[in-house]
Write a protein that binds this ligand. Structure first.
Ligand code: ATP
Ligand code: MG
Length: 345
């Protein structure tokens, strides 16, 4: 007889789970405002799991030495941004083999047409040329489903571009639960509207992105502070001179106001008053200063973690151990519910 496993034990606090790719040396301002700030906040209220998603990174070609360095750098930046290993679980995705294992199960529950509708895949494969896109890139949203469901996550802090993938996660969790019995928590996206999409500073019609932005439009948190200041000062605005929050008619200025407001905690309405009758240059100069004040200590803290690889490794080892305990339990229940013959040891 198959062992009668109890349902996966519910944690005391709601669970949060999210991941970030180690595909570039530095995180950018969109990653920070849209996602990482929420990771930091949710440590206070949730049993939070955050990971550097190296399995997702290889959906596009990676140089092995660079990938290894960028994975460490990503973990160091998450700590520098405020993740506290005493209050959350920080780990590297490939250290927990259950991700790939549950990923396969989820692939087998996903319709081909359903996966074909994922807009992130369509955008990314179009960028590379459809012939060069890998099957891994096609199924990466399904691996993301497994990432989330393994931890029975309630909340998934992400930017707006990830909403469709969370919808897919909910659909697949419900499908599995209906077919095989209640197994997975149905997660909800945790998207903070104001910062869900930070725009490119040179092209406020597109989101700031590691892969789509030009260097001038992309604020990398690890850039030299003077480069950051220069990028802010040369941000594209529009031809009139009024500093007003109007994302439709004034997307460039509105993006700057959003960034300014989030980094300083000042309300946008107050900023509009403060800059009434003043020129864009004044706003940009002040924002450049705010940015420099933000990135300077962030760079220092990141470097401190990189200079102490022993501490970083031990944080990641403990994180992987904690993550595996949860992931292994969910995977065992899943395999059992699907009818896999248990291995005898
Ligand atoms: P890529 O273009 O390679 O997908 P990315 O810049 O989107 O890279 P990711 O690692 O895919 O970076 O995203 C990490 C997190 O940052 C995700 O939760 C994503 O939604 C969020 N994010 C990325 N860009 C932005 C943005 N411009 N505004 C708000 N959130 C963002
Ligand atoms: Mg992305």
């Amino acid at each position: 007889m198959a062992p009668d496993r109890p349902p996966v034990a519910a944690p005391l606090r709601p669970r949060a789970l999210s991941g970030i790719q180690p595909t570039a040396g530095s995180f950018h301002l969109g990653n920070y405002l849209g996602a990482i700030r929420q990771y930091v906040a949710l440590q206070e209220t949730h049993d939070a799991f955050y990971m550097v998603v190296d399995l997702h990174a290889i959906t596009v070609p990676q140089d092995p030495a660079e990938l290894r360095a960028n994975t460490r750098l990503a973990a160091a930046q998450l700590l520098a941004a405020g993740l506290d290993p005493e209050r959350c679980t920080l780990f590297i995705q490939s250290h927990v083999p259950e991700h790939a294992q549950l990923g396969w199960v989820m692939n087998c529950l996903t319709g081909f047409g359903e996966a074909s509708r994922m807009t992130q895949f369509k955008d990314k494969s179009a960028k590379q040329g459809a012939d060069r896109a890998t099957v891994g890139l096609f199924t990466y949203p399904v691996l993301q489903v497994a990432d989330i469901l393994l931890y029975q996550a309630d909340a998934v802090p992400v930017g707006e571009d990830q909403r469709q993938h969370i919808e897919l996660t909910r659909d697949l969790a419900e499908r599995f639960n209906t077919r095989f019995g209640d197994t997975f928590t149905i997660p909800a996206p945790h998207i903070v509207k104001e910062v869900a999409k930070i725009y490119d500073l040179q092209d406020p019609a597109i989101k700031m992105s590691k892969s789509a932005s030009t260097p001038k439009g992309l604020i990398n948190l690890l850039d030299e502070p003077k480069t950051t200041a220069k990028k802010v000062k040369s941000a594209v605005t529009d031809t009139d001179t009024v500093i007003r929050f109007d994302p439709v008619d004034k997307p460039g200025v509105s993006n700057l106001l959003t960034i300014y407001s989030t980094l300083t905690g000042k309300a946008i309405a107050d900023l509009e008053k403060e800059y009434e009758g003043r020129m864009y240059g004044a706003l940009k100069t002040d924002l450049a200063e705010v940015m420099v004040e933000f990135v300077t200590p962030f760079r220092t803290r990141t470097q401190e973690y990189l200079d102490d690889p022993g501490t970083l490794d031990s944080i990641l080892a403990k994180g992987a151990e904690k993550a595996r305990a949860v992931a292994a339990e969910t995977l065992a229940t899943t395999f059992d519910r699907m009818g896999f013959l248990p291995a005898k040891h």
